[in-house]
Write a protein that binds this ligand. Structure first.
Ligand code: 26Q
Length: 815
């Protein structure tokens, strides 16, 4: 089937038509929100025309499909992105111009769906974009959180959380599918009975919650392929319990309804340490069960009850352990609903599921109290017991007598359910998200499993969609690349390599510099409008944007700025290049240390502003509410990308790739995907400092932070400034706990467990080298251009091709 792109005239007519029929108004009297909705409806129509073609093709071709299960999909705004992927941005922009509609005003009307915390959720969104562009049959499955990640306000330098009611005025992009609603059962008890020599299980007295799907279309770049992100919303089965209602228990009847619907109410805002919250477990089972039920139904609709071929037609991906309960759930459905035996069901599950790990931090590996599972999911719990029994029997053969080792690998041990062990033991593929991360999984985190099944472990380095993160967010640079090397890179990002020789072309470098400058102005303008803060576009834009975590070491960045400040203060004769330090970071609301670090960063900003000379050379800007839309402005405007995690802790990072693609030079440690960025650009075009992962590992035994404090006067000075009232004269004790934790450790732990003071000196030295290079404009711009030119590896198209080749084995649809 052939789809014509809409012409400018058609777009204009359609917009006017939507305004008339939906809102009874014209361009002149429409509100910005009505303009947004009318335009979005036009774009949606253009997408929906392609939908049925896609769907019919998959059925006709009986193509294998992947269900990508993820508790988070941080998709960002859709309108502009969809125009880009329809390859009709130019016509849309023209139509808007001719109608006299200000496009930036319209784009900003779209509420950003905050259905994720950070990297993991954004990765899932980039993957859907690439899956669709590569014409692979796929469906994203998640929760339709009524409240996404909180919005961040800064009040007196402190983070204040505001609820994100993103659905308040509806969501144009979603389509409800009541015909696909399914029931999810919680609690109750299991009755066992024998019949014909087989044991059967009956689930009784459970509570039912209905899962209602809403689908959001994902359109592939320059393709007629459309996939969907299915978001499940919790609904009470009976709007109100009429039995209770009639017995006069009006309030109780309503309460029950609230209890059911609370499941999809809110996204948990912590992306680090996990707490055994009952509601979180219910969320995980809710969307996992709904998605598995749907996958089985779709399979049966196409292939009947021939479950032997299930793994040839269905791949299910488990994004971190959050949807791990999908594994016993498929076991349950195959056995209890369709009568398969254990061995058959287990073999199907093993061939169907694959798992991606995103963290090696021990405190972030999910473990649930067994009692919670037993109460909430009694049948699933019984299945886990049997899975665990069989696993331990095998482990006993492999490691006879090694109780501790077996306990460490078991699914159920010490009254806890170990979700990662469940995933590693019962999937056919386990992958890390960068080379170094996968290495650590093999050597440490899952070493014992790796010994038994080395081939199960694979690496797929993360990627980002260059459509959103270059073409959409940086149109000027994209056109410049077209001028230089043609536009084939847009469809095949490897080809951006052809840009390398242009790093040596002075005319190209100058245009590259001008575009960076425009993008700096664009960011400065937005920050001024939203926060009233001025940013000097002639200063160096240096950014660290990511969730706030101790291991990511925003604290080290802040201490580095204080040292620069002291240097300026002590040496009025020295010259410095003016620098704007940009931070974007949300802290989990219950993570006290992270929130205090936000206050510290802002206090450093205040300190600098009060100093006559430093205020001209340093500006600390904390971007309020860092989110996908903010990132789209920040990436193109940044010159230095700070990726400074303690080596061995950041699984991959993906912001590092976005900055690089837009021509920022990385200042970072040998951690996560930074190592691969280093391999791509070469040592001359990246600034690496600090301990390696191995040095960190062996450093735990011997490191004494206090020695550094004693021997390095500059470090000592900033440490003292944390507690002597320099930063917060009205409350000198404000940052005392940070001081204390760096020098003495807290809660009985070691001092400075993230090696902030240890790496601080090499961090500062490397920055000085970097600043010297920055002043040599030709040298610096060459590095910047090479970063863009070498970023081809980091497109998520490459990641998805690898997932497909190594794990899913899907065939692209012929459309
Ligand atoms: C778990 C249990 C209860 C509540 C919340 C959670 C939870 C939620 C989100 C745990 C972890 C997350 C998110 C983790 C995450 O974003 N990890 C990042 O994943 C990126 C994509 O692979 C990597 O690039 C980053 O290095 C990694 O930190």
């Amino acid at each position: 089937m052939n789809f014509e792109r809409m012409t400018v005239e058609q777009i204009k007519d359609s917009i006017l038509n939507k305004l008339h029929t939906q809102f009874a108004c014209d361009v002149a009297d429409a509100t910005p929100e009505q303009l947004y909705q009318a335009l979005a409806l036009v774009v949606r129509d253009e997408i929906m025309q392609r939908r049925s073609a896609s769907r019919d093709a998959r059925k006709a071709q009986q193509a294998k499909k992947v269900y990508y299960l993820s508790a988070e999909f941080l998709v960002g705004r859709a309108l502009h992105n969809n125009m880009v992927n329809l390859v009709n941005e130019t016509n849309y922009m023209k139509a808007l111009d001719e109608l006299g509609i200000d496009r930036s005003v319209v784009f900003e009307e779209e509420p950003e769906p905050g259905l994720g915390n950070g990297g993991l959720g954004r990765l899932a969104a980039c993957f859907l974009d690439s899956l669709t562009t590569l014409k692979l049959p796929a469906m994203g499955c998640t929760i339709r959180y009524e409240f996404g990640l909180f919005r961040q306000r800064l009040v007196d330098g402190y983070q204040v959380e505001v609820p994100d009611n993103w659905l308040a005025s509806g969501n144009i992009w979603e389509i409800p599918h009541p015909q696909d609603a399914v029931d999810i059962h919680f609690g109750g008890r299991i009755e066992t009975y024998e019949d014909n020599g087989r044991t059967y299980y009956r689930h009784l007295d459970y509570k039912t919650v209905q899962a209602m799907p809403y689908d959001i279309p994902v359109v592939g770049y320059d393709s007629t392929k459309v996939n969907f992100l299915r978001t499940w919303s919790a609904k009470a089965v009976n709007q109100i319990d009429m039995g209770r209602f009639n017995r006069g228990q009006y309030v109780q009847a309503m309460e029950e309804r609230e209890l059911a619907e609370v499941i999809s109410k809110i996204l948990y805002p912590n992306d680090d340490s996990y707490q055994g919250k009952e509601l979180r477990l219910k969320q995980q089972y809710f969307f996992s069960s709904a998605s598995i039920q749907f996958a089985v139904k779709e399979f049966i609709d196409t292939y009947g009850y021939n479950f032997a071929i299930f793994p040839d037609k269905v791949a299910i991906h488990i994004n971190d352990t959050h949807p791990a309960v999908a594994i016993p759930e498929l076991m349950r459905i195959l056995m209890d609903d369709y009568g398969l035996g254990w061995d058959e069901a287990e073999a199907i599950c093993r061939r169907t599921f694959a798992y991606t790990n995103h963290t090696v931090l021990v405190e972030a590996l999910e473990k649930w109290p067994e009692s919670l599972f037993r109460e909430q999911l009694p049948r699933v719990y019984m299945i886990l017991e049997e899975m665990n029994r069989r696993l331990c029997a095998k482990l006993w053969d492999a490691f006879p007598g090694q109780w501790e080792r077996i306990g460490h690998m078991a699914i159920l041990a010490y009254n806890q359910v170990h979700m990662a062990n469940l995933c590693v033991a019962y999937t056919h593929s386990v992958n890390g998200v960068s080379a170094i991360h996968t290495d650590i999984l093999k050597r440490q985190t899952f070493h014992d499993f790796y010994m038994l099944e080395p081939r199960k472990f694979v690496n797929v380095t993360n990627g980002i969609t260059h459509r959103r993160w270059l073409m959409q967010c940086n149109p000027e640079l994209s056109s410049l690349i077209d001028e230089a090397i043609g536009d084939e890179w847009r469809k095949d990002m490897k080809k951006i390599e052809a840009l390398k020789p242009f790093a040596d072309d002075p005319a190209f470098r100058q245009k590259f510099e001008e575009i960076k400058y425009h993008n700096k102005l664009r960011l400065a303008d937005a920050v001024f409008r939203h926060q009233g803060i001025e940013m000097n576009p002639d200063s160096i834009f240096d950014a660290q944007a990511k969730r706030l975590h101790e291991y990511k070491r925003q604290l080290m960045n802040a201490l580095g700025i204080m040292m620069l400040y002291n240097d300026i203060d002590e040496h009025p004769e020295k010259e410095f290049h003016s620098r704007t330090f940009i931070f974007g970071a949300k802290a989990a609301p219950g993570y006290h240390r992270a929130k205090l670090t936000i206050k510290l960063i802002n206090a450093v900003g205040d300190l600098v502003r009060k100093h006559p000379r430093a205020s001209k050379l340093i500006n600390v800007v904390f971007l309020e509410n860092y989110c996908v839309s903010q990132a789209e402005l920040l990436m193109p405007a940044t010159e230095i990308s700070q990726q400074i995690s303690t080596a061995g802790k950041e699984a991959s990072g993906t912001g590092n790739m976005k900055f690089m693609m837009n021509g920022a030079v990385t200042l970072g440690t040998m951690d996560g995907a930074n190592c691969e960025i280093y391999d791509q650009v070469g040592a001359d075009n990246i600034y690496i400092f600090g301990l390696t992962a191995q040095e960190v590992e062996s450093g735990y035994a011997t490191y004494r932070a206090h020695d550094i404090y004693e021997t390095n006067p500059k470090v000592r000075k900033v440490m003292e400034q944390l507690i002597d009232g320099t930063l917060c004269p009205e409350n000198p004790r404000m940052f005392q706990e940070i001081y204390h934790s760096l020098l003495f450790g807290d809660y009985g732990g070691m001092a400075d467990p993230y090696f902030v003071l240890k790496d601080l000196t090499s961090y500062i030295t490397t920055q000085k080298e970097m600043m010297a290079d920055y002043d040599n404009r030709d040298l610096w711009l060459r590095k910047a251009v090479l970063n863009t030119a070498c970023s081809g590896l980091f497109t998520s198209d490459r990641s998805i091709e690898e997932y497909n080749r190594l794990i899913w084995h899907l065939k692209p649809l012929k459309l």
